[in-house]
Design a protein around this ligand. Structure first.
Ligand SMILES: C[S@@+](CC[C@H](N)C(=O)[O-])C[C@H]1O[C@@H](n2cnc3c(N)ncnc32)[C@H](O)[C@@H]1O
Length: 285
């Protein structure tokens, strides 16, 4: 059978299973099974599909029918300017998180910390864009940190990266001029309503801190001032309804010039705050 025919059958199987975006997913899974990039797939579709490739495609389809996210099946996700390894131990990097990267790169920085780094997609994208900066990534998940280390090595960034297992700032030393985080922010009550791809396959610790969804911001806002140089910035990704609450948490800790950036859908997505440049002006330091 030609790969093209196998792709048609695979697409149909995903449609029947009710998978949204079946055609695009089937193409990505076929490219993965054939060992080609999605960009080169069209050229490969005219060839006969080998038994091993068909078995790989069938296994990938079965995983997708069970609602496993494509990035977990292929183990790869493109984010900002690079490809990142993704596993069941990491959040699949989301396109909206690129807004945080873009906003952070608007000003130079020398030392950045990314709390809850997961795959390292934010931290490594920032370091790739700021050649003389160094960075620290923390996570409570040792398995996620191992993936971040792999990604750092693959991007040739290991010498500029330090990875630490830590509950937010607990094990963190030193000071930074940029603090970033995309923490878990889904309220406990909203978990049941999530898509199966997220709820059943992504790490719970990456999705929710429990309760009202704001506990991670509370810990981060409390700890950020002491680890930030005067004039330094903090950027947090937020859920679309959390802008006011997270802004208040930062204001209560003495941060100033607080602003909220919207994503391409017009939804609040990133909160930015600054530690006052004058020593003693920030209640948190
Ligand atoms: C929403 S994911 C973000 C991952 C990655 N930064 C991204 O944007 O794709 C949140 C991350 O925070 C980590 N995390 C959860 N609780 C934590 C804690 N108490 N201390 C440090 N990291 C934590 C999770 O393991 C997960 O990797």
């Amino acid at each position: 059978m030609r790969a093209q025919e196998a792709l048609v059958l695979g697409t149909r199987a995903l449609i029947v299973a009710g998978i949204e975006g079946a055609a695009g997913d089937a193409r990505r899974l076929m490219a993965h099974a054939l060992g080609v990039t999605p960009e080169r797939l069209t050229m490969a579709l005219g060839d006969e599909i080998g038994a091993t490739q068909q078995a790989a495609f069938d296994a990938a389809l079965a995983a997708r029918v069970a609602h496993q996210p494509v990035a977990q099946i292929t183990g790869r996700r493109r984010f900002w300017t690079h490809e990142f390894r993704v596993t069941r131990d990491t959040l699949d990097p989301r396109p909206e998180t690129e807004l945080l990267v873009a906003a952070a790169l608007e000003e130079p920085f020398a030392r950045v910390i990314d709390l809850g780094t997961g795959t390292g997609c934010i931290l490594l994208s920032l370091l790739a864009g700021m050649p003389f900066a160094t960075g620290t990534g923390t996570d409570i998940s040792a398995a996620a940190l191992a993936v971040a280390a792999e990604n750092a090595a693959a991007l040739g960034l290991s010498s500029r990266v330090r990875l630490i297992a830590s509950d937010w700032f607990a094990q963190v030393g030193g000071v930074f001029d940029l603090i970033v985080s995309n923490p878990p922010y889904i309220a406990e009550a909203e978990m049941a309503g999530l898509a199966a791809e997220v709820r059943d396959w992504e790490p719970r610790a990456a999705l929710t801190p429990g309760g009202d969804g704001l506990d991670a911001y509370r810990a981060l806002a409390r700890g950020a001032g002491a680890r930030l140089l005067p004039g330094g910035r903090v950027l947090f990704e937020i859920g679309p309804t959390q802008g006011a609450a997270v802004s208040e948490l930062l204001a209560a800790q003495g941060f100033e010039r607080i602003e909220i950036c919207r994503d391409l859908d017009g939804r609040d997505r990133v909160v930015i705050g600054r530690k006052p440049a004058e020593a003693g002006g920030c209640g948190c330091a």
